[in-house]
Design a protein around this ligand. Structure first.
Ligand code: FES
Length: 116
């Protein structure tokens, strides 16, 4: 979890999102739809949706949350978010930032053109 090993011996079917929010008190990852549609709960470099990822599916994986991108909000995507006044209500912003970080990890110079 954000570079730190964690132990879990609870219900293997419990959603990862509950573990983050209720057990670890990491509330940056949000509950939105709870069905894997909205993206408020994105984590890690593949933008996994934590609301539909059971704990057994997270075993042995490196999970990156919004808290792991930066402790003080100076991650490049967060800075652009601030500069461009992206946030509206702000609720889904952590999920969108983690999604953008995942895109930039896979494609450092993305473009609007399709298929490249
Ligand atoms: S809460 Fe909507 S995708 Fe997870």
């Amino acid at each position: 979890m954000n570079g730190s090993a964690k132990q879990f011996d609870g219900d293997p079917d419990m959603p990862l999102l509950w573990y983050l929010r209720d057990t670890l008190d990491m509330t940056g990852t949000k509950f939105g739809c709870g069905m894997g549609h909205c993206g408020s709960c994105h984590v890690d470099s593949k933008a996994t949706r934590a609301c539909v990822t059971p704990m057994k599916g997270a075993e042995g994986k490196n999970i990156l949350t919004i808290e792991g991108l930066s402790t003080n909000g100076d991650y490049s995507v967060q800075q652009v978010w601030k500069t461009c006044n992206v946030a509206q209500c702000g609720y889904c912003q952590p999920g969108q930032i983690v999604q953008a970080a995942a895109l930039l990890k896979e494609k450092p110079k993305p473009s609007d053109s399709r298929g490249s």
